[in-house]
Design a binder for this molecule. Structure first.
Ligand SMILES: C[S@@+](CC[C@H](N)C(=O)[O-])C[C@H]1O[C@@H](n2cnc3c(N)ncnc32)[C@H](O)[C@@H]1O
Length: 125
């Protein structure tokens, strides 16, 4: 687990695009994050990932941390509420981590996922 993720779990404070500090909730716990990190790290073929639901970005941070050593990594996040409900915290955290290989799609996953999956299958894997 990198120092940024450790710090968020320790302080349980995050800040959104508005600059307002928020107490962390709804996130995956450190063991779940480590599990996801391990799945990606142990399979050298994984360089593209698709996530539904970013919230404050904890799962995204774990995923992107594991992907960051890969050649041409890509992480796609589907979340229509990242700015309206979560104040852009997840995106802010990814940007602060220096992650430049993610893309946020602000759509409902039930509408988007069939085309996302087709794209992942057809073009990325
Ligand atoms: C429990 S939170 C995710 C927590 C996050 N994975 C983490 O570990 O920090 C659920 C997320 O799903 C998103 N969400 C809810 N309905 C959705 C939908 N129809 N399509 C995509 N995302 C949705 C919410 O905006 C929220 O970000």
């Amino acid at each position: 687990m990198n120092s940024q993720i450790q710090s968020i779990y320790k302080t349980r404070k995050v800040t959104g695009k508005s600059g307002v500090e928020i107490t962390l909730h709804s996130e995956i716990d450190p063991d779940e994050g480590a599990f996801i990190h391990r799945i990606i790290s142990q399979d050298a073929n994984i360089s593209k990932t698709l996530e539904v639901g970013c919230a404050y970005g904890l799962s995204s941070l774990h995923i992107c941390d594991a992907l960051s050593s890969r050649s041409n990594p890509q992480h796609i996040i589907v979340d229509p509420f990242q700015y309206s409900k979560w104040d852009g915290v997840g995106i802010r955290n990814l940007e602060e981590a220096g992650i430049d290989f993610f893309r946020l799609i602000e759509k409902n996953q039930s509408l988007l996922c069939p085309s996302c999956l087709a794209w992942v299958r057809g073009r990325l894997i």
